[in-house]
Design a protein around this ligand. Structure first.
Ligand code: 9MR
Length: 339
């Protein structure tokens, strides 16, 4: 038995995760770029701790659903900006507000499919109306969201169907005409995971630029998992994007603990692995030259508010704070990685 003791101690010390310590001070105060998050007005109203955490740690904000077409347009040509206006009024003094999203194949109004007018005009009017409404408070926009398939082709979006291939160009053109100084983004997921999609996104954005579009940056959504994509894959994608002359926004970061949906709960080791991945993401982001960094935006604050459990019908805990807004190991790793 005595001979086994060192081995047992060694095993115990290897498997026991090392917790990082960190200060409760604001995340954004340690960062050299904006640190953002996303939520809805109802989340803010229901959870006072959410707004408290937001005020302490974040200096950028993306309305999660408030500016989407289905939220703001109950009838053709009719706009109700009340939720977006309330969020803007709440945060504009202390956070940079990023507009999300103008043209997307999801969250279209219920009347969209039966619309009897000209879809090209609808697209242009929509982009113009929303950008102009917020021109004073929102200086950057995800103009087009998720236009590509994993094969790098144009996705079968209702916009593609109704307006044709030029719908992306038309959206960006309308955006820059509506606000000549706004910072315009193309926003997409799986860019680090899928080099084929990354190349297609770069081709798309370079093509838009060659046609006179003032496209500033690419939003890498970064809905990722603890074990994918690798640090190297993230670094490769990031570098390709900034070297092509685009600003990089990690626009919707969360790190799933349960991508396959086969777990019912999570161990301390899972939370440590997640923390390590968050650290990696922050480290890679900080390798981008300053003038190509737009910021890192988390897709929510507390695990209970995340879109993932509802959307995929599985338990998950992908964010920096737990369901009670207590900081997780991921929070400390994120904070300690900032420099
Ligand atoms: O977080 C959003 C969730 O509340 C909505 O139900 C969902 C609808 O598809 O959209 C979520 O946000 C998405 C974002 O707007 C675009 N990228 C993917 C995000 C997660 O689906």
């Amino acid at each position: 038995m005595r001979n086994w003791l060192p081995f047992i101690f060694l095993l115990a010390s290897c498997s026991k995760p090392v917790s990082e310590n960190c200060a409760g001070s604001g995340l954004y105060t340690k960062a050299s770029f904006p640190i953002g998050t996303a939520f809805n007005l109802s989340d803010a109203a229901e959870h006072p701790l959410l707004t408290q955490k937001f005020s302490t740690h974040f200096n950028a904000f993306t309305p999660e659903n408030a500016l989407k077409f289905s939220t703001i347009s109950p009838w053709p040509g009719v706009y109700d900006f009340s939720e977006g206006d309330s969020l803007v009024a709440l945060w504009q003094d202390r956070a940079r507000i990023h507009g999300h999203t103008l043209i997307w194949h999801q969250q279209l109004p219920s009347w969209f499919a039966q619309y009897k007018g000209d879809y090209k005009e609808l697209l242009q009017a929509h982009v113009r109306t929303v950008i102009r409404h917020y021109a004073r408070n929102i200086r950057s926009w995800d103009v087009v969201n998720e236009a590509l398939t994993e094969q790098g082709e144009l996705r079968a979006s209702p916009w593609l169907e109704q307006v044709g291939e030029d719908y992306i160009y038309l959206a960006f053109k309308a955006a820059q005409e509506a606000d000549a100084k706004a910072t315009l983004f193309y926003n997409e997921y799986n860019l680090a995971l899928n080099p084929r999609k990354l190349d297609a996104a770069l081709r798309l954005c370079e093509n838009l630029r060659s046609r006179g579009i003032r496209l500033s940056g690419i939003g890498m959504q970064m809905h990722i998992g603890v074990s994918y994509p690798s640090r190297e894959e993230i670094a490769f994608a990031v570098e390709k994007i900034w070297r092509a002359g685009f600003t990089v926004h990690f626009s919707e970061l969360d790190i799933s603990l349960n991508p396959l949906g086969n777990k019912k709960n999570f161990s301390e080791a899972d939370f440590q692995a997640q923390a390590a991945k968050y650290r990696e993401v922050v480290e890679v982001y900080q390798q981008i030259p300053r003038d190509h960094q737009f910021g890192i935006t988390l897709w929510g604050i507390g695990d209970a508010d995340s879109w993932i459990p509802n959307y995929f019908n599985r338990v998950d805990a992908p964010l920096l704070f737990d369901a009670h807004y207590n900081p997780k190991p991921a929070f400390c790793a994120f904070q300690n990685a900032l420099k």
